[in-house]
Design a binder for this molecule. Structure first.
Ligand SMILES: NC(=O)c1ccc[n+]([C@@H]2O[C@H](COP(=O)([O-])OP(=O)(O)OC[C@H]3O[C@@H](n4cnc5c(N)ncnc54)[C@H](O)[C@@H]3O)[C@@H](O)[C@H]2O)c1
Ligand SMILES: O=P(O)(O)OC[C@H](O)CO
Length: 331
């Protein structure tokens, strides 16, 4: 079972290493030639995950033909705004019925699409089986073998079972879920709430405020998700509540870090300029803001995060406005 993994960031490297250790081989495509060469000579990924010693069974290259040779599974772990572009260049190397797995969590800015929709559009003419890997999983913890549970959104029962077996280890437990839309929306939306939680904590507000953001963020995520065809129950699982709790409370979250820095008064462009890694929530806030208008769904936390990120609103004013909305019933 050969797997080709696309994306030499922290998550792609972690999953590729997990697969190489578990299945005896895996092939990782790294976009940057210089990084691919450094990984091969140093046996680690010095740019994104230096502390992880990589398996000698992991083949690393910037050459798509070499990486895709004999592959049965195609795992994409690039930032979501680049997912479609990378998939398009890989297309000529894919079989007629490729199994495509996305580890990318986000919604495109230009077309407001989830990764399953981008896959469908990019692979017209092929018959892809799509699966979305999501749930609470910091690469740093997974790479150290710390117990982690995630979920795999996939409509095809046989493929879901096969991918579950492919990826599961003693410390990485993969559940399956038929609700692909719910799994991918949960993984994308939680990043917005992680930014909000970072803002709140950075302003010195307490655990009450954070718990309120997680819970009302979950309500907001479920409202939009159901309007877009997802099942509400999915958001109570690993890709909804699970990833919300992780990234709203865990300081390893890049999205939460963006929020903490915004609360300190830093400008968004300066924060992003100093980050080598991706904080998906920044662009997903803009996409979800537009989706809220399109589906006529009220998204008050997203609205405030959007105004802080893109309209220069003072974070304290955003919190004040959330607290002074019209009083409502919880349901
Ligand atoms: N890191 C984690 O803990 C983690 C866990 C679960 C899911 N994810 C998701 O995985 C995806 C990848 O994130 P990551 O954390 O591995 O990335 P990262 O922040 O560690 O690394 C950045 C990545 O972006 C790539 N990149 C930069 N510009 C690009 C371009 N123009 N075209 C294509 N690729 C480009 C780089 O090659 C590198 O692979 C994201 O959607 C993220 O939400 C990350
Ligand atoms: O560091 P973040 O905020 O991108 O979160 C990483 C993963 O999505 C956690 O599950």
């Amino acid at each position: 079972m050969q797997t080709a993994i696309f994306g030499g960031g922290s998550w792609g490297t972690t999953l590729a290493n997990l697969l190489a250790r578990k299945n005896g081989s895996a092939r990782l495509w790294v976009r940057e030639k210089e990084l691919a060469s450094l990984i091969r000579t140093k046996g680690c990924n010095p740019w994104y995950l230096p502390e992880l010693e990589l398996s000698p069974n992991l083949f690393v290259s910037d050459d798509l033909a070499q990486v895709t040779e004999n592959a049965e599974y195609f795992l994409f772990v690039v930032p979501s705004q680049f997912y479609g572009g990378v998939l398009k260049t890989v297309r000529e190397h894919l079989p007629k019925k490729p199994v495509i797995i996305s580890g990318s969590k986000g919604i495109t800015l230009d077309t407001l699409q989830t990764m399953s929709e981008v896959t469908e559009d990019t692979l017209i003419g092929l018959k892809p089986v799509f699966a979305m890997l999501s749930g609470p999983s910091f690469a740093k913890e997974v790479s150290k073998g710390m117990p982690t549970a995630v979920t795999l959104g996939c409509k095809d029962k046989t493929a879901a079972r096969a991918i579950q077996d492919l990826l599961s280890t003693d410390t990485f437990r993969v559940y399956t879920n038929k609700d692909v839309r719910g799994v991918e929306l949960g993984g994308a939306f939680k990043n917005i709430i992680a930014i909000a939680s970072g803002i709140s904590d950075g302003l010195g507000f307490g655990t009450n405020a954070r718990a309120a953001l997680i819970t009302r963020g979950l309500a907001e995520m479920s409202r939009l998700g159901v309007a877009m065809g997802a099942q509400a129950q999915t958001f109570m699982g690993l890709s909804g509540m699970g990833d919300l709790v992780l990234t709203c409370t865990g300081d390893l979250s890049r999205n939460r870090q963006v929020g903490l820095k915004l609360a300190e008064g830093h400008k968004l462009l300066d924060i992003l300029g100093q980050m080598k890694m991706v904080a998906e929530g920044v662009k997903t806030t803009e996409s979800v803001h537009a989706l809220g208008s399109k589906h006529k769904v009220e998204l008050p936390i997203t609205e405030q995060v959007y105004q802080v990120l893109y309209e220069g609103k003072d974070p304290l004013t955003a919190v004040h406005e959330l607290m002074h909305r019209e009083l409502k019933s919880e349901q």
